[in-house]
Design a protein around this ligand. Structure first.
Ligand code: ZN
Length: 283
């Protein structure tokens, strides 16, 4: 009897995943969704349920008008909608009752509009504390994104502190993209990019995001394109796996098929709700 050396793979045996996260539900999301759909990449759009349909004043330096409530379901149908607090308040400094209202009322409104259960949240201004994290768990969120760049492709350790790889304006963006695509890695890797669609208007750099997603998409044979919530769901399901003492059986109690690579380099699909006998003798 000995150790198992299983490596988690993503669906279809892929070992790389790419995801995007864009905030505030601004009208420029329409153009961004069209671009993401063209290259078949997936994004989580984090919205403020109390500010839908907001109109920017004419004198504003950048138009940050927001998509109205009645368009939310159709606009984001190929992607994921996440929460971002009701009025984009700094929920780490409001006091618990009002912070809870910002979290819950935002979630209630967006669930009503999308017809689904929200899983993901993005901290307004990237600000949070341990109390806010607890509130998000109580509200039924599975994870929340920060604004801290890791410049790495590590899987998240704490789902309530999802640190992205980088912002789209990061000077290392294309260097990281090339590393992600070309790197031969056994361990699962995640490239996670975030931003706001209005920034492409403000900086006149829509070409930057198109260049990124076209490059990732054209080199996407080994890459799983998924929303933040789909990736978190998959990792959560993998954490539920149950192992026999002698290492020959793995039970997958979840509703998701899990792919692994054994020490002998063989792919195994651990079917949802079943126990799989692993043919390899553990080392
Ligand atoms: Zn925001």
């Amino acid at each position: 009897m000995g150790k198992r050396f299983d490596i988690l793979l993503f669906p279809q045996g892929k070992n790389k995943a790419f995801t995007l996260s864009y905030d505030d539900g601004v009208y420029q999301d329409r153009r961004l969704v069209e671009l993401f759909d063209r290259y078949h990449v997936k994004c989580t759009f984090n919205l403020n349920g109390g500010a839908l349909g907001y109109k920017s004043p004419a004198e504003a330096p950048v138009d940050v008008s927001k998509i109205p409530a009645e368009e939310i379901r159709e606009q984001y149908r190929n992607h994921e909608v996440g929460g971002h607090a009701l009025y984009h308040s700094d929920i780490s400094s409001l006091g618990s009752p009002y912070a809870m209202h910002e979290i819950l009322e935002d979630k209630r409104i967006l669930e009503g509009l999308t017809g689904g259960i929200l899983k993901m949240f993005a901290y307004p201004f990237g600000l949070f504390n341990s109390e806010v994290k607890e509130m998000l768990k109580t509200a039924g969120y599975l994870g929340a994104r920060t604004v801290r760049s890791t410049h790495s492709f590590e899987l998240p350790k704490d789902p309530y502190e999802l640190d992205p790889t980088c912002h789209h304006n990061d000077e290392k963006l294309f260097e990281l993209a090339e590393k992600f695509v070309t790197e031969k890695t056994l361990r699962p890797s995640l490239f996670y990019v975030w931003g706001h669609a209005y920034e492409f208007d403000r900086n006149d750099n829509w070409d930057r995001i198109e260049k990124l997603v076209r490059y990732i998409s054209e080199n996407g044979q080994d890459i799983w394109f998924a929303t933040n919530g789909e990736i978190l769901d998959y990792i959560s399901a993998a954490h539920l796996l149950q192992y026999s003492v002698d290492g020959t059986m793995i039970h997958n109690p979840s509703a998701t098929d899990i792919e692994i690579m054994t020490a002998f380099g063989r792919r195994e699909t651990l079917k949802a709700g079943t126990t799989t006998r692993i043919g390899d003798t553990p080392l």
